[in-house]
Design a protein. Structure first.
Lengths: 530, 325
């Protein structure tokens, strides 16, 4: 989509962005522009600002500014020092030592110590919706004021990634450790943080105002004076505000027409496929417990009858990518060696015949209902497309709408559905965002975004369990490769689209974040051109 | 003193009415399918059974419904509207934050509509067969036929894109947050123009028609002829003698329409991201945030009750004959 020179330019800028902060002397970095206000527009609504007990980028983005994480992730998926200036994995991979910076303080001036690290990691482990993120953490022990050791029951390759961005915000124990359930702590909306920016004002439904923290542990950083996140009710008013220069940053354009309009803004900087770690996948999920869909040949037939090219090019305007399996293509653990389910109506018919589904007098072999998460135009478009697409192989589809998210979530979580369009995100490491959908141990009625497909394959369970604690990267990669192949073949969901998010910045914004988390990263290096 | 007695009697009635509103709303809201714990879990990014149970416990959702209702009534009588499930903040705090923008929007729209609507109506009534009168009639017909969300979007395109002189979202310019005094008031006023115009235009159309008809009726009555015969100037006759009587139907309609105005505000607030009660209510419905929704509905009921009371009091101010009754 982009001319190649732009792409090269962007990736080089990304490398420079990381280099000027880590490695290259800060004196040099300090000469860059300082000051300025960055206004970011979003349609996301944060409930509160404490990402230790809340996932989703609505909360994670401001939390990445308000709280420092022990580590940061580079654009190359390699950890870099942040609040922890040094870390060390024990030879048996059962513990990680974190050495904190000695000059780090919270926004109220109290020092950040190993006690706070212990408290924060335990809070995330016990409260964050991503249970698997810290499940193997037995304990965090304190060696001295600035050294904490995370002790594991088994090797945990996702650990360093989990220690980055707002997946692990370092909270002040003296505020949040008062015994109140952290999920409903009153200070979640008015936190004392540890990050580069401190909170000035949080008005739900309006804006979040954050101001540079002058005693931040990295010298001369952050550069900006203020970051303001302004909430808009819908994508069209958000885009209009970006065109008018009311906001400097558009959180993410997902519509091709919007992108075409954004390209016309003079000097605009577009970051294509921003935040590859987030990995949002759109798919058609099957209820494999439903007798109509328990035969994998029927599910495969449906997958073969869907024209992904038509969905991507015609329905979604060519912005997004095809999704081939459970791991998003931006991840180093992605494997393309899977069945791609290219459109093949003959094969689909064959599979249906083999499954014993012969056409009736009216030509119909099977009737199915399809649901979708309300509120997403992409998902709704694909949902409606399924009706004519599957009619070609004799499957009659009834499109069912849910009035709002709770109604949909109840139907799917309680398995009162046959097929549904769904959007599930990768969140960096498969242990965090991928395993939950496929492990048979995660079939949990009443819990949305668990294994609501009721998918169960002992071999996949075994492979995921092994890969989840495999520290040898090539070996881990091959385990995931096999798991991806098996899952795609079993077809508990038909993988359709990998959503591409384009973050847009006005020309005056210097060094937009280019890491694997996109905007959901500490904006220490961003500045406004004078 | 009679006014005081009226106010007291009305307040006593209002208390019963608010309780009834609470009971009806509580029942209706809980009849909607969908579990708040599920929504909170969904917004958190998924949660297991233990976390769902702790969410239910934290917000008292594990108690039987009648018990939840009695607890809610008991607390709200003492002024405690509970905690918002979504934002985990006291509902009263959220509402007080949002009350002022809605009141500002609704009052600006209403008073603007009454003032300009009456003015247009009066102007049209003075020469009922003139071109001017016909223009007012056509304009009011057009204004009356446009739904608010459509007017809103039209104004956004016009003043946001084609001729970008007006802010199109929010209530303040975030870059100059913290401004005080006149700078702040001007900023808010600038942001208020389009939403107030959008909300007011239908009512303006309606009041101009109403004022025109009612002025025509009054201008034909005997006492007006007497006034003219006395040699009073045209302006005095129109504005002092005729308008005062012609205002009665406008005030009646305006008072009755206050409820509609608040529901119109929900749409306008959504179009313009105006941080008022309407958007809060909409988010609360979508998020099954029962305490917030109940709080907003109760406050809206209170606003309507207060508006009706003010309407009754203004009758007495406009028409001295009513003061004795």
């Amino acid at each position: 989509m982009n001319p190649p020179n732009r792409r090269n330019f962007l990736s080089q800028a990304g490398l420079l962005g990381a280099g000027s902060l880590f490695g290259i002397p800060f004196e040099l970095a300090a000469q860059a522009a300082k000051g300025g206000v960055l206004v970011i527009g979003t349609t996301q609504k944060p409930r509160h600002l404490n990402s230790a007990v809340q996932s989703g980028i609505a909360t994670m983005f401001p939390a990445a500014q308000l709280f420092a994480s022990p580590l940061r992730m580079g654009a190359d998926w390699k950890p870099q020092p942040f609040l922890a200036e040094r870390w060390e994995l024990s030879p048996d991979n059962r513990s990680v030592m974190l050495q904190l910076r000695k000059n780090a303080v919270f926004h109220d001036g109290k020092p950040i110590t190993a006690e706070d690290i212990k408290f924060s990691i335990e809070t995330v482990r016990d409260n964050h919706p991503f249970k698997s993120m810290y499940a193997p953490v037995n304990a965090v022990t304190i060696s001295d004021t600035h050294t904490a050791v995370v002790r594991l029951s088994e090797p945990h390759p996702a650990l360093l990634l989990a220690l980055s961005t707002s997946l692990t915000p370092i909270l002040p124990k003296h505020i949040f450790g008062d015994g109140t359930d952290p999920k409903v702590h009153p200070r979640n909306a008015s936190p004392i943080g540890s990050g580069p920016f401190k909170l000035v004002e949080f008005k739900p439904g309006e804006h979040i105002v954050m101001e540079r923290f002058d005693r931040f542990f990295l010298k001369d950083l952050p550069r900006l004076d203020r970051i303001i996140i302004k909430e808009y009710k819908d994508p069209s008013s958000l885009l209009l505000a970006f065109e008018r220069g009311e906001i400097d940053v558009h959180q993410g354009i997902g519509d091709p027409r919007d992108l075409a309009r954004a390209r016309k803004i003079p000097g605009v900087q577009l970051v294509d496929n921003a935040g590859p770690a987030i990995g949002p996948l759109l798919w058609l999920a099957f209820n494999t417990k439903n007798p109509k869909l328990s035969d994998k040949r029927v599910r495969q037939a449906i997958s073969y009858a869907i024209d992904r090219k038509f969905i991507l090019e015609s329905l979604l305007g060519g912005l997004h990518k095809a999704s081939t399996g459970p791991i998003a293509s931006g991840s180093p653990l992605y494997s393309a060696d899977v069945e791609k389910y290219a459109l093949n109506l003959a094969k689909a018919t064959q599979l249906l015949d083999a499954a014993g589904l012969k056409p009736g007098a009216n030509g119909i072999r099977l009737s199915l209902e399809v649901d979708t998460i309300p509120g997403s135009s992409e998902l709704k478009t694909i949902q409606e497309y399924l009706k004519p697409a599957l009619a070609k192989v004799g499957i009659e589809v009834a499109v069912r709408a849910s009035p709002d998210f709770p109604s949909w979530a109840r139907r799917v979580a309680s398995q009162q559905f046959e097929m549904t369009m769904d959007s599930v995100w990768n969140w960096g490491d498969p242990v965090i965002g991928v395993h939950r959908t496929w492990l048979s141990t995660n079939i949990k009625p009443g819990v949305i975004w668990s294994n609501t497909q009721s998918y169960s394959n002992p071999k996949v369970d075994e492979l995921l369990a092994a890969a989840g604690k495999e520290m040898d990267t090539p070996k881990r990669k091959s385990q995931y490769k096999e798991a991806q192949k098996l899952i795609v073949d079993d077809c508990p969901v038909a993988f359709l689209v990998e959503a591409v998010v384009v973050e847009a910045y006005h020309g005056k914004v210097n060094k937009p974040p280019r890491g694997i988390w996109g905007l959901t990263d500490a904006a220490v290096d961003v500045s406004i051109k004078a | 003193m009679r006014s005081l007695a009226l106010i007291l009697r009305r307040l006593a009635l209002a208390f019963g009415l608010v309780l009834a509103v609470l009971a009806v709303n509580f029942t209706l809201i809980h009849a909607a399918p969908g579990d708040p714990a599920q929504v909170i879990a969904g917004e958190m990014g998924g949660a297991d059974e233990a976390a769902m149970a702790s969410i239910r416990k934290n917000y008292g959702l594990d108690r039987p419904l009648p018990e939840q209702f009695l607890t809610y009534i008991g607390k709200s009588i003492r002024g405690d509207l509970g905690l918002s499930y979504t934002y985990n903040r006291p509902v009263s705090e959220l509402i007080l934050d949002r009350l002022w923008p809605t009141v500002l929007l609704v009052l600006t729209a209403l008073l603007g509509a009454i003032f300009f609507g009456t003015l247009l109506g009066v102007l049209a009534s003075r020469k009922p067969d003139s071109l001017r009168s016909a223009a007012v009639t056509v304009l009011s017909l057009v204004g009356y036929s446009m739904p608010v969300f459509w007017t809103g979007i039209l104004l956004v395109i016009l003043f946001g894109k084609v001729w970008p002189i007006m802010p199109i979202a929010g209530m303040r310019d975030v870059r100059s947050l913290g401004a005080t005094g006149w700078a702040n008031a001007l900023d808010v006023a600038h942001h208020l123009v389009l939403p107030a115009l959008t909300l007011g235009i239908i009512y303006l159309a309606q009041y101009s028609r109403l004022a025109r008809t009612s002025m025509l009726e009054v201008l034909g009555s005997d006492y007006i002829r007497t006034a003219r015969a006395k040699g009073l100037s045209d302006a005095v006759v129109t504005f002092k003698h005729a308008l005062r009587n012609a205002l009665m139907p406008i005030v009646t309609v305006a008072g009755l329409q206050f409820g509609n105005l608040i529901s119109g505000a929900v749409l306008v607030e959504t179009v313009f991201s105006w941080p008022g009660l309407g958007t809060l209510a909409l988010d609360a419905i979508l998020g099954r945030d029962y305490p917030t929704l109940l709080g907003v509905l109760t406050f809206s009921a209170l606003l309507v009750i207060v508006a009706n009371l003010l309407t009754d009091l203004s009758y007495r101010w406009i028409d001295p004959r009513l003061r004795g009754s």
